[in-house]
Structure formats: C-alpha cells, structure tokens
Design a protein around this ligand. Structure first.
Ligand code: G3P
Length: 222
C-alpha cells in the first residue's frame, strides 16, 4: 500500500450489509481517483471477493486466521484472502483480538503469499511487540476511543508518537498508522505530524450521511 495510507474499515455496520458495501466501495474509489490519494478498504468478509473483483482500489480482509487450508470450518486462511483478490489483511483488530503466536504465524503466511499485513495494537508497548513480527503496518488504536467523536490525535496524541518511536526502535521498516475517532482532514494531518504513515478509520465514513463528502475532507491535506 502506498503511504500516506488511508484505510477505511467497513466493520459489520448495518450500513454496509449486502449490496450497500459495494456502494460505499464505489464512493471510496471515486474520491480516491479524483484526489489521487490511495484509499484502501476492508469490506465485510462475505463481500470481500465481490468487491475485490469489482473495484480497482486496494481491498483488505478485516481479519485472517493462522490456519492452513483444509479442516478449518468458519476460519479464514491467508490463502482464501489471496484467492479472493484482496491484497492484504488487518490482524488483531481490537474487536477481533488474536493470540501472539497466531498473529506471528498469520503474518508469516501472509508474507509468503505477498499479502500486506496491518497488525492492530493499543499502546506503544504492544506496538513494539508487534513490530518484532515485521508486519508491513501497525495500526495503533486506543480501544476506548474507537467509534467515538474524539480523535486519538486530539485525545491521546502521545500514544501515536510513542508508538511511532517504539516501532522505529525495533524495526524501522514497519510503518505506523493510527486510528480511533479519526473523522476529519485536520485529524489526518495531525496524525501525519505525529509521525504516522496514515490512518485506519471506520465510523466517520461508514455511518456518514454523505461518505464522499467526508472522504474528500479526510484526504484534503495529503
Ligand atoms: O478499524 C478502525 C477502527 O477501529 C476505528 O474506528 O470508528 O473510531 O474510526 P472509528
């Protein structure tokens, strides 16, 4: 993924059930094309393949399991993600935590399949731990601010800057994103000032009455 990276996680909001996910993906594509900023998207899992084949911006899975192809009912293997046409996956999202050993194994499998990995964390300490697994990105998000109205960049700016320096000390090739409450272009530029390579966001776009307007505002300073 190109940086600055703007990743929109559709989560499991009712606003993106069924065909509504494709509509939001099309809005992301349109703003991405007009602004020249690569917006990546994480559609709901059942829509992954359909959206990855219909839309030309990068599509990521919301989750991937450390499972091998075969007897793994209900789990999502890295191979399935790759075959769906997605280019990568979030891992260890605050709403879908994983054990450290499973994050390590999943990152490794994704790497062998050329899938981009975005490991979510909550503090500078867990970001440093995740950096030792050498994912492509770490996305630091204080859970208590997720889905709220105050951006991490205003409420806990030190979490972002401390995660950036902790990760740099462990593995300087890992890029750090931040998320939680990010909703405006001003929040995004503050994230960049704090040393982040981009943002991971959800409700500000997914629940907006006019997502395109919000997306245009979000990318305006990049
Ligand atoms: O995955 C992004 C997310 O957890 C942040 O959510 O709604 O605070 O932008 P939100």
């Amino acid at each position: 993924l190109k940086t600055p990276a703007v990743i929109v996680n559709f989560k499991a909001y009712s606003e993106v059930e069924g065909g509504k996910a494709l509509k939001l993906a099309e809005s992301c594509l349109e703003v991405s094309e007009e602004s020249g900023i690569k917006i990546s998207i994480c559609p709901p899992m059942p829509e992954l393949s359909l959206i990855a084949s219909a839309i030309s911006i990068p599509v990521l899975s919301q989750h991937v399991d450390a499972k091998k192809p075969g007897s793994a009912t209900g789990w999502v293997t890295p191979q399935m993600v790759a075959a769906s046409g997605a280019v990568g996956s979030l891992l260890n999202h605050s709403e879908h935590r994983m054990m450290l050993a499973d994050i390590a194994a999943a990152v490794e499998s994704c790497r062998s399949l050329d899938l981009v990995t975005v490991v979510c964390t909550d503090t500078a300490v867990t970001s440093a731990a995740a950096a030792s697994l050498s994912p492509d990105f770490i996305a630091v998000e204080p859970p208590e601010l997720i889905g709220g109205d105050v951006s991490v960049t205003d409420a806990r700016p030190e979490v972002v800057s401390e995660a950036v320096s902790a990760v740099r000390n462990i593995n300087s090739s890992v890029k750090v994103l931040c998320g939680a409450g990010v909703k405006t272009g001003k929040d995004v530029s503050k994230a960049i000032e704090l040393g982040a390579a981009g943002v991971l966001l959800a409700s500000g776009v997914v629940k907006a009455a006019n997502p395109k307007e919000i997306l245009r505002d979000l990318v305006q300073y990049l």
